[in-house]
Design a protein around this ligand. Sequence first.
Ligand code: 0X9
Ligand code: ZN
Length: 306
Amino acid sequence: ALDWNSYHDMNDIESFINWVNVTGGDFVQVIPAAVTEEGRQVLVVHVSDPTVPEPKKKIWIEGGIHAREWISPAVTTYILYQLVTEWRDMLQVTDWYIVPVANPDGYQYTFSDNNRARMWRKNRRNNHARNGRCKGVDLNRNWNLKWGVGASSDPCSETYKGPVPFSEPETDGLQKVMTSIGDMDLFITFHSFGQTILYPWGWTNNAPANAKQLNHLAKKFADKVKDTSGGKIDYKIGGSGPLYGLASGATDDWAYGRLGVPFSYTIELPDEGRHGFLLPENRISSTVIETAAGVQCMVSYLANFG
Ligand code: 0X9
Ligand code: ZN
């Protein structure tokens, strides 16, 4: 399969998804959501027990929307691995949609020899700005909810929102698959860094209607991670706007506000900033194990069996 002691590029992750597909048999379906500028597929892996009838809790987990946040795909692939190996019991009450890498072009670019590429954030589409020198759209500013607040109109900016909402194949493809599924119970997008679990809104500092419940479920995650890490990893919890500054067009707000997913989170993985995006490889295994435990705890609580 894969190992969680080193970071893996798109080739490794694509082989891993194939392995999951073969190993999972009837339980796994790989849905191509989009084809990127550079010809890569954005894949959604649906893990479900076809013999178990509805209703089941539907969970969407996305990672790798920001290229340089390498610990994010490590976490999504590990959760996927757990689902097809250890977590099969959970499929009695849950249905999962995992996007291991939402931004495969950007992610692969950060593995290139060019030293400056490691800190790339956006996708790699040619904006035809400044003679093609300013590539890429911030895929976490391109979703259609209050698009444009706290985002840039400058194609050269790190937080360029794109010419119109869903201008990018990655975001447009994903929103179409999400819309076709509908009625989801939990949405999580993994980012780094900051060790913070964020809930809507990102476009305003106002708290959403079910802020109390959002906070309560977030605490399940944070407590479990703290426990699993022997007290070492202590997450902060709060609204995106208040904790990370106003930014709209992000996946979490869209899932919450447009799709109507009642529990929507952005999880900013470790660390708190010492290594930042460059989390050392010897931190991967503990991070993925602790995070997966936290997610499992949230889901068990939601599905009411733990
Ligand atoms: O700014 C972002 O897109 C996220 N932080 S990161 O450092 N990984 O880039 C936070 C997004 C939080 N959600 C919203 N602002 N809606
Ligand atoms: Zn991010």
